[in-house]
Design a protein around this ligand. Structure first.
Ligand code: CMP
Length: 140
C-alpha cells in the first residue's frame, strides 16, 4: 500500500553536509518528499517527539544529541514507504547496518546515527502530525 513515513536527518548528518545525498537515496528508491522543514529542536520538542523512550537509559543522551544542531525533517510517501525507508537506513546501530545503507555510510554511533524513520503505520501518523499539519503536506 502507499504509505507515508516521517524521516529525520539528524544533527550529525546535517553537519556532514549530506542532506542531498540522503535525499537522492529516497528519490531513487521510489520515496517522494511531500513535506520538509529544517529545525533546531528545543529540549521540549525532542522530549515530546521521543516520549515513548522516556524511561529508557539512553533517553537523556538521545535528547541532548537531537538538540545539538539543526535537523532536516521530511515526510516520505510511496509504496511500502515505512519498510522501504527502514531498509535504506539500515540497523539502528551503524556497526550492525548493512553495506550501502545510510547508517553504514554516514553514521558514527548508535546516538549519532544519521537518520530516524517511523517504525509502523500508527507511529508514522503520530510522528508526521507532530511536525506537519495536513495542509503543509503536498501529496501529488
Ligand atoms: P531513532 O530511530 O531515532 O529512535 C531512538 C533513538 O535512540 C535511536 O534512533 C538511536 O539513535 C538512539 N539509541 C541510543 N541507544 C539506543 C539503544 N540501545 N536502542 C535503541 N535506540 C538507541
Amino acid at each position: 500500500a502507499v504509505e507515508r513515513t516521517l524521516s529525520i536527518i539528524k544533527p550529525d548528518a546535517v553537519a556532514k553536509n549530506v542532506i542531498g545525498e540522503i535525499y537522492s537515496r529516497f528519490e531513487s528508491n521510489g520515496l517522494k518528499i511531500i513535506a520538509a522543514r529544517m529545525l533546531h529542536l528545543s529540549q521540549a520538542d525532542a522530549e515530546g517527539f521521543y516520549a515513548v523512550h522516556r524511561n529508557r537509559p539512553f533517553f537523556n543522551d538521545l535528547v541532548k544529541f537531537m538538540i545539538s544542531g539543526p535537523v532536516m525533517i521530511q515526510v516520505l510517501e510511496g509504496e511500502d514507504a515505512i519498510r522501504k525507508n527502514r531498509e535504506l537506513m539500515g540497523a539502528t546501530d551503524p556497526k550492525q547496518a548493512g553495506k550501502g545503507t545510510i547508517r553504514a555510510d554516514f553514521a558514527d554511533s548508535i546516538d549519532a546515527n544519521a537518520v530516524h524513520g517511523s517504525d509502523a503505520v500508527e507511529t508514522a501518523a503520530v510522528e508526521i502530525a507532530y511536525y506537519f499539519p495536513e495542509f503543509n503536506i503536498y501529496s501529488r
